[in-house]
Write a new protein. Structure first.
Length: 444
């Protein structure tokens, strides 16, 4: 793609990066075949190629974002399926991130949009505030139909029946390995995940300890910045990321870490990108160190090894591949391989490369599109007749779980169960937990 940025514009490192990305695009249109919003809406401007044209025009003209550009940029899920498909290697992730920052800084949204986005950014990254908001949403759910805004109705419907209380992981702690120490790892405990399902971190700690890991929860560890980063709120995202980097570096300085374990793939994609985010920052070396240590929990266990399997369940498990894991981090085989090694019958839905519609705050800000994508995903999952669904990202778990009676759990909870941990609470409370398990499916 030909671009026409001025030398003065190219002096800005962000514009120089955008220019390089834009020039990589050859207009082939392969991305349209795997873009969820293009499949639903059929609008070229709701495809990666169409958005690239809008972004190019906006940045070259050095003008504020207009309503049309903001609309189509906002509709992008950042699922990154286009990057997996693109034969030219267009770095769409960093282009759309830059576009979001520009839109957020220059587009004057209606007051109710500004208020809603501010509210999400002020609440979700803080577990205590988020728990209170979830409790309030659960109490208000019977009145959801009275809400004038579809986005507010969606927020009330997404509130879980059970609100997770504070966990031991909320404070800095060190958990010794079971048996000889084979690795020293830090765990990113997340923010939204703590309020939505604190058992995921507990299961991760148990599993890693049985795998011979000393697990450290860094002190004063908060949000990694992923959520606000993908809302275009650059300053807030960088503050959160910087604080997380400092927390991990203090832990690493006390005694070298072998890995930073992340069990929410949306967070993992951002933490692994710290080197890019801080490329022109004085703290770039520390950011690169943290990014280089970051590993998804399944990525780490795939190379490190599972603990011995003591309780194989034989459950028919539909594995949902989170976009941030399969497209953002290119981790595809490891989760399914580990589940198979743990004794589960793993089945994969058709079109597994397509997004479920969660995408951070997307299901709250774009409820209509998100609901259509969830319905499509649920049809492919339920067609498999699974006894349980496994996923590696809390957002996907909430999104899929809100539309099906099949229990949805984190992959790490099933691995923990098979290697001596307790059954996942979502399974224990489900009627299917009392049914005999029939070995009826072939692994995918």
């Amino acid at each position: 793609m030909q671009t026409n940025f001025t030398p003065e514009q190219l002096a800005d490192p962000a514009i120089a990066t955008a220019n390089k990305i834009l020039r990589t695009c050859v207009h082939c249109g392969f991305c349209t075949a795997t873009c969820p919003t293009y499949q639903v809406l059929g609008d070229e401007l709701d495809s990666p190629r169409g958005r690239i044209y809008l972004i190019k025009d906006m940045l070259e003209a050095d003008r504020p974002a207009d309503a049309k550009t903001a609309l189509h940029v906002d509709r992008c899920l950042s699922c990154l399926a286009c990057m997996t498909t693109c034969p030219s290697g267009v770095d769409y992730m960093h282009l759309i991130d830059h576009a979001r920052v520009h839109v957020e800084r220059t587009f004057h949204r209606p007051w109710h949009d500004r208020a809603l986005r501010w509210l999400l950014a002020a609440i979700i990254p803080h577990p205590g505030r988020f728990r209170l908001a979830l409790l309030a949403a659960r109490l208000a759910r019977p009145f959801a139909r009275l809400m004038p805004d579809a986005r507010l109705r969606a927020m009330l419907r997404m509130a879980p029946a059970r609100i997770a209380g504070p966990s031991r992981d909320d404070l800095g702690a060190t958990f010794p390995p079971v048996g000889p120490r084979r690795a020293r790892v830090a765990l990113l405990t997340g923010c939204a995940q703590k309020a939505l399902d604190s058992e995921i971190n507990d299961a991760t700690i148990r599993l890693l300890r049985r795998a011979g890991c000393e697990v450290v929860i860094p002190e004063n560890l908060g949000c990694c910045g992923a959520l606000t980063h993908h809302m275009g709120r650059e300053e807030q995202a960088m503050r959160s990321a910087r604080a997380a980097i400092h927390a991990f570096l203090r832990t690493d300085a006390a005694e070298k870490l072998d890995a930073i374990i992340i069990n929410a793939s949306g967070c993992g994609t951002t933490v692994k990108d710290y080197g890019h985010m801080f490329a022109h920052d004085p703290e770039r070396e520390g950011a690169a160190r943290v990014a280089g240590l970051a590993r998804d929990v399944t990525e780490f266990l795939d190379s490190h090894g599972l603990p011995p399997v003591t309780s194989p369940q034989g459950l028919r498990v539909a594995y949902h591949a989170a976009c941030s894991l399969q497209h953002g981090q290119k981790i595809v085989a490891a989760p399914k391989s580990l589940l198979g090694a743990a004794g589960y019958q793993v089945v994969t839905p058709v079109d597994s490369h397509l997004c479920c519609g969660s995408a951070g705050t997307y299901n709250l800000l774009q409820p209509k599109l998100s609901a259509e994508l969830r319905a499509r995903k649920l049809r492919t999952i339920e067609a498999l007749g699974p006894q349980i669904v496994a996923a590696g990202n809390i957002g996907c778990m909430m999104q899929i779980g809100s539309g099906t009676d099949v229990p949805v759990v984190h992959t790490v909870q099933l691995l923990d169960w098979a290697t001596g941990g307790p059954p996942p609470p979502a399974w224990e409370s489900h009627p299917g937990a009392t049914r005999p398990i029939a070995p009826q499916a072939q692994p995918a």
